[in-house]
Write a new protein. Structure first.
Length: 51
């Protein structure tokens, strides 16, 4: 029983990958919000550039 607990504490590779996944998901949400907020401005800009 003690050996199983030691292995669970020592094995942190899965935890690190989960943290990276949460960070990437947060970045994706920020990018989507920024694109949504700037969407109208970008559409207007491209309409001026490309008639």
């Amino acid at each position: 029983m003690l050996e199983v607990a030691k292995r669970l504490v020592i094995n942190e590779e899965g935890q690190g990958m989960a943290e990276y996944g949460l960070i990437l998901a947060g970045i994706a949400v920020v990018v989507m919000v920024a694109i949504t907020a700037l969407g109208g401005r970008l559409t207007g800009l491209f309409d001026k550039i490309l008639p």
